[in-house]
Design a protein around this ligand. Structure first.
Ligand SMILES: Cc1cc2nc3c(=O)[nH]c(=O)nc-3n(C[C@H](O)[C@H](O)[C@H](O)COP(=O)(O)OP(=O)(O)OC[C@H]3O[C@@H](n4cnc5c(N)ncnc54)[C@H](O)[C@@H]3O)c2cc1C
Length: 384
């Protein structure tokens, strides 16, 4: 694919070596049992990869978004799934950019050394869906506390996280709905089972996702990230990082599938010759490869702009769109190339096929990306 020699070669190699301790059988077993990959996340944390975006002064390695992108890509390329831990990377921007020094001092060292897990990001609610501005979970100021009530859905990894970054409505009266939301960083540990109830949702993939109920949860006013009423803007600001990192996971998936197709296409013989000799098997893989290549170039461009502090909404959104399509196209091609064996759990293809389908829907659906490009890049009138 892209020449990776100049693109974090050592980091890629380190993740490849680490992935050997977590082979596909490890991920298959976790999937079958719907278990969170605790050992994998611990290893990643211990090696410092999860703290790659935390500045050195807070105990992290202070790397840039491309490094984080490469880590997630390589995890996926070798059959793993970064969804077990990616939220810590893509929520970091909001905390670093807008969090108070007090909040950063309190939590960042402990997140960096693995004593605290920041894996839960609570935005989506049952009735609001994609329309984030219409969320109902409220955080009402009372003295030096906020009282939080409401419900979130699809809050992934909440059972495996100490902290949650939570979006809630703080001002019901503002005329501008985007000024009604605020972002909080909450240590959930002493509230679970009481003011915070977490219920797992079983899904078609192993994603440890949940619904969360908040019942008169009282948190200190200092839990707020930045200013009250600006939470929606902070989330929007962090979306480019999220898009770039998810695109990286898709690129990793696409490369995983392409590698598998080539390997199997050359090795499996039917009618006395390798199935890969048939153009019907080659061409879908060649198409998926080309799309992956284009997506990767767009991703690299997006990361460069992001690292230089320049506008990258177009590139971040397009890379997520192209990469999610590329991984799906590669998944389809590989399912077809493996024939009946693609359905056997032992071959891992069906698991990755299910997993990579998610990216058309979450964390943001393809339609919303297309709407961004149509409205913000091409200047069409807003459709919603
Ligand atoms: C496994 C999983 C993990 C998740 N993890 C998290 C998490 O950790 N934290 C979190 O906050 N959320 C999480 N989500 C939620 C995810 O971000 C939402 O599912 C997603 O944003 C879409 O919301 P919805 O499912 O309510 O769909 P809806 O908003 O109901 O939309 C349904 C469909 O209609 C389309 N649609 C809606 N409005 C428009 C429009 N104006 N134009 C065009 N199409 C439109 C959407 O694109 C979508 O395809 C997760 C979801 C899943 C499935």
């Amino acid at each position: 694919m892209i020449d990776t020699n100049s693109d974090w070669k050592d980091l890629r190699e380190a993740i490849r070596v680490m992935s050997k301790s977590f082979p596909e059988s490890y991920w298959r077993e976790r999937d079958q049992k719907r278990e969170y990959p605790i050992d994998f996340v611990k290893s990643l944390t211990k090696a410092g990869y999860l703290a790659c975006l935390i500045p050195e002064k807070y105990g992290g390695s202070g790397l840039n978004i491309r490094a984080a992108s490469v880590i997630l890509e390589e995890i996926h390329r070798y059959g793993g799934n970064g969804a077990a831990c990616h939220a810590q990377m893509y929520t970091m921007g909001s905390l670093l950019k807008y969090g108070s020094d007090e909040l950063k001092e309190k939590y960042l060292y402990q997140i960096a050394n693995g004593d605290l897990r920041l894996q839960a990001f609570g935005v989506t609610e049952p009735s609001s869906g994609t329309d984030t501005l219409s969320i109902k979970t409220s955080a009402i100021k009372k003295g030096k506390k906020y009282i939080i009530n409401g419900q979130k859905v699809w809050t992934s990894r909440a059972e495996h996280s100490d902290l949650i970054m939570l979006l809630a409505k703080t001002n019901k009266n503002s005329s501008e709905s985007k000024n009604t939301l605020s972002l909080f960083l909450i240590d959930m540990r002493s509230y679970i089972g009481k003011e915070i109830i977490i219920k797992p949702i079983r899904t078609m993939i192993n994603h440890s996702t949940t619904e969360i109920f908040f019942d008169n949860l009282e948190v200190d006013e200092n839990c707020i990230i930045g200013e009250e009423g600006k939470g929606f803007n902070y989330i929007l600001d962090g979306l480019n990082a999220e898009r770039l990192l998810i695109a990286s996971e898709c690129i990793g998936d696409a490369k995983y599938f392409i590698d598998k197709s080539i390997q199997y296409g050359n090795q499996r013989e039917v009618f006395g010759r390798p199935i890969g000799k048939n153009q019907g098997v080659q061409f879908p893989v060649a198409k998926a490869y080309s799309r992956t290549f284009a997506a990767e170039l767009t991703l690299i461009k997006g990361c460069e702009l992001f690292n230089d502090g320049l506008k990258c909404g177009k590139e971040a959104n397009m890379s997520k769109l192209l990469a999610a399509e590329a991984s799906w196209e590669a998944a389809e091609a590989t399912m077809q190339a493996y024939g009946g064996f693609s359905f056997a759990e032992e071959y891992n293809i069906e698991r990755k096929f299910r997993e990579t389908r998610l990216y058309q829907i979450a964390p943001v659906s393809t339609n919303m990306i297309l709407a961004y490009i149509a409205h913000k890049v091409l200047g069409f009138p807003r459709s919603y």
